[in-house]
Design a protein around this ligand. Structure first.
Ligand SMILES: NC(=O)c1ccc[n+]([C@@H]2O[C@H](COP(=O)([O-])OP(=O)(O)OC[C@H]3O[C@@H](n4cnc5c(N)ncnc54)[C@H](OP(=O)(O)O)[C@@H]3O)[C@@H](O)[C@H]2O)c1
Length: 209
């Protein structure tokens, strides 16, 4: 597996969880925060040598950039760092929960905020934070959509490194569906008392005969 130079915008449940998993797998990881010192203080001391903490611009300067901020805050951050993000592999894990214009995936809102070409991947949207690097022996699917095959392969590497099984969901025309799967997943997870351990899985079935 190739090792990647990853920056993550946001140091919450997802940002920190993915950062720890990827650093443990050998990737170079830079977490970007509004308050780098506070973000550093929240991390286990043992990670100091392999996990950098900086501001958003430090994370946006890396080769692969992951958007792990609240949807409502992300477009402004993308626009502010457009010069650093243009042309990059950008992995958008944000969930709009209805805040994107009707019929538009969140990733399109962020692409518009960037205003320049980039290699967008929608990923990790349907992976609850507490299932990152879960140790129950199940590699939960990480649904990936992207038009750029090489960018999707990078996201697949990162999914595997965080303990998930990458599931190719085709091009970005399916990004809206991934957004819409999330509220349904949360509803069903709650109904079944699954405590945020549930996940979506595509089962191909078997060919008769
Ligand atoms: N939670 C999940 O299971 C899950 C699963 C898949 C996808 N997602 C998506 O991933 C993204 C991050 O989720 P999360 O659960 O990690 O969220 P979270 O725990 O609330 O963390 C979000 C981080 O974003 C940063 N941030 C920047 N601007 C902010 C603002 N105006 N208000 C609040 N935080 C701001 C903060 O980091 P700094 O203070 O360091 O700047 C904060 O720690 C969201 O878009 C969410 O929909 C979440």
């Amino acid at each position: 597996m190739a090792l990647h130079d990853v920056g993550i915008l946001g140091t919450g449940h997802m940002g920190q969880g993915l950062a720890l998993a990827w650093a443990a797998a050998g990737h170079r990881v830079t977490l970007g925060s509004r308050d780098a010192a506070a973000a550093r203080a929240r991390l286990p001391a043992a990670t100091a040598s392999r996990l950098a903490c900086g501001h958003y611009a430090d994370a946006a300067a890396r080769d692969v950039v992951v958007l792990a901020t609240p949807f409502a805050a992300t477009a402004e951050l993308v626009g502010r760092h457009a010069g650093l993000l243009a042309g990059k592999v950008i992995v958008d894990i944000t969930n709009p929960f209805g805040a994107a214009p009707a019929g538009m995936p969140g990733i399109a809102v962020h692409a518009a905020a960037l205003g320049r070409p980039a290699r967008w991947v929608a990923a990790f949207k349907t992976n609850f934070w507490c299932t990152i690097a879960a140790v129950d022996g199940r590699a939960r699917p990480c649904l990936l959509a992207a038009d750029d095959a090489a960018a999707k392969a990078v996201a697949a590497d990162l999914a595997r490194a965080a303990g998930f099984a990458p599931e190719d969901c085709g091009g970005l025309q399916h990004a809206l569906t991934l957004d819409l799967l999330v509220p349904l997943m949360i509803e069903m997870d709650g109904q079944r008392g699954a405590t945020h351990r549930s996940y979506w899985q595509f089962v191909a079935g078997t060919t008769p005969g």
